[in-house]
Design a binder for this molecule. Structure first.
Ligand SMILES: [Zn+2]
Length: 161
């Protein structure tokens, strides 16, 4: 789909990518890191002598989603800020939850499937990028709750103290 400027529209969420939903970045400078969990940020290692951060990397959401407008179905890419609205947690928390609970991503997909959302789509700054990106997302259903909440209920995880 082609858009010239950021466009807001109503969509139905059809499906999301389940195997590759996040990426690692340096927790200091947020540069993207390789998937290898032991790799560290070359930039920060070279430029800072003190290691004051407990974790050198963190995960951010990056999820391909298939959505339907009233006229067509298309694929968008949803980055961390927008994805957190749907998931209700950080990518690290979701990743850790998924490690302990099999099929978390598939279940999250089922939870969010069919959800009506208002999205603001923008053309990526990188003109070669394949998909429109979701710059804002707003769930429309009044009873909407973020996926992590439903997941915790589903898997019987107690929240809070
Ligand atoms: Zn860094």
């Amino acid at each position: 789909m082609e858009i010239e400027k950021p466009t807001t529209m109503m969509c139905t969420l059809l499906a999301m990518e389940q195997t590759n939903f996040c990426y690692r970045v340096c927790s200091v400078c947020e540069r993207t890191l390789p998937d290898n969990p032991t790799s560290l940020c070359n930039f920060c290692n070279l430029n800072s002598s003190k290691q004051s951060h407990s974790s050198p990397s963190k995960r951010l959401f990056r999820i391909l989603m298939s959505v339907a407008s009233d006229t067509r179905v298309f694929t968008v890419i949803c980055f961390d800020r927008a994805a957190k609205v749907l998931f209700g947690c950080s990518a690290d928390e979701f990743f850790d939850f998924a490690k302990l609970h099999p099929f978390t991503a598939a279940t999250a997909n089922r939870i969010l499937e069919g959800e009506m959302i208002k999205v603001t789509l923008s053309r990526p700054k990188n003109g070669n990028a394949e998909h429109l990106r979701v710059s804002q997302v707003f769930p429309l259903r009044s009873g909407f709750q973020p996926a992590i909440q439903t997941l915790k209920e589903f898997y019987g995880v107690r929240t809070g103290s």
